[in-house]
Ligand binder design. Structure first.
Ligand SMILES: Cc1cc2nc3c(=O)[nH]c(=O)nc-3n(C[C@H](O)[C@H](O)[C@H](O)COP(=O)(O)O)c2cc1C
Length: 322
């Protein structure tokens, strides 16, 4: 029987070691760090180097890097390799202005020759397997080449030729950001292309066990990657796995869920090294709104005041969940 791997998507400010370990415990078959800036790695910026810390318990783990120059990406990959990740993943999908407009992340969808140059440079720089995560294209009107071939089908072949070992595709264009529905038909076309022999990972809008099963069966992907649906719900991996295995769903009590989410807060505090910052951080790392009151209680017990969501969380929500 097919294995149907389930991966935790890379998410800035979310997929830190605390959250990765929790998702791993509930059955994530692979976890990713948030994207890490290549120039900052090369400059040895302390706050960036912290993001490269991984724990044996979370393996297999991918460290994701992004940047716009082949040389610095290759240098960064060599440094990242010393942290011994199982995979080095390149981000060609980040849509946010400060990244894409500067020619990194999804910005490279507008400069495919450079994207390929970066990919080759990273692949040649390290022995660790290199993978790529990208989107369907820059915008709707560029989704097809002049001869009618989907842009992403052509791009997938070229990336494969650079020596990557897997390709993850988020079924949206850059200009969609996170709006509209993810389009899985083009992900399916990449998978159906007989020239593609590397595993294809599908990503976008998997929010239920039923949808995960549908994506495997309908589009034939080799793995699915789950992002936002893990927020406040790291056990979604277990729910999906049970559904795929034909087992009945687990009835989870609110008390049980709260215990898991409290554990997340504890681990975040440990990771951040400061109680107040750890609590705020775990909020941006996905605690659902109804846990605000539980956090507020905790604050009160410690004589601190809690004013709900911090500015950073609200900004992230705007950027990523609109
Ligand atoms: C808060 C947040 C941060 C993200 N950060 C990253 C990142 O660092 N690297 C990356 O490749 N994608 C990032 N993404 C995109 C996700 O990995 C994923 O592609 C996207 O959320 C679609 O999947 P979903 O519908 O399952 O959430 C981020 C998404 C969110 C919501």
């Amino acid at each position: 029987m097919r294995n149907y791997p389930l991966y935790l998507a890379p998410m800035e400010d979310v997929t830190d070691p605390a959250f990765r370990l929790l998702c791993k415990r509930f059955g994530a078959d692979r976890v990713y760090t948030e994207f890490v800036n290549a120039d900052a790695i090369v400059r040895d910026v302390a706050s960036t180097m912290r993001k490269l810390r991984i724990n044996d318990a979370e393996r297999p783990v991918a460290i994701q890097i992004y940047g716009r120059e082949p040389e610095s990406m290759a240098d960064a990959a060599r440094i990242v390799e010393q942290a011994k990740p199982d995979i080095i993943d390149i981000n060609f999908g980040c849509p946010v202005k400060k990244v894409a407009v500067k020619g990194a992340g999804a910005g490279l969808l507008r400069d495919v020759p450079k994207m390929l140059e970066i990919t080759r440079a990273v692949v040649n720089a390290v022995k660790t397997p290199v993978t790529v995560k990208t989107r369907l294209g820059w915008e709707d009107k560029l989704l097809y080449l002049d001869d009618g071939t989907p842009f992403i089908v052509d791009l997938a072949e070229r990336l494969q030729d650079c020596g990557i070992t897997e390709l993850a595709i988020h079924g949206r264009t850059r200009s969609q950001m996170y709006r509209g529905d993810a389009d899985w038909t083009l992900i399916g076309e990449v998978k159906r292309n007989p020239r593609i022999h590397i595993p294809v990972i599908g990503n976008g809008d998997i929010t239920t066990p039923e949808r995960a099963k549908e994506c495997f069966e309908q589009y034939g992907v080799d793995a699915v990657m789950i992002g936002r649906a893990t927020f406040g719900c790291p056990w979604i991996f277990e729910d999906i796995r049970r559904h795929l295995d034909g087992q009945p769903p687990i009835e989870r009590t609110m008390a049980w869920c709260m215990d898991v989410l409290k554990e997340h807060v504890e681990r975040s505090i440990e990771w951040v090294g400061d109680e107040r910052k750890g609590i705020v951080h775990s909020r941006s790392a996905g605690l659902p709104p109804d846990t605000d009151s539980a956090i507020a209680c905790r604050y009160k017990r410690r004589g601190l005041s809690y004013n709900g969501r911090d500015r950073r969380t609200i900004r992230l929500d705007k950027q990523h969940r609109s």
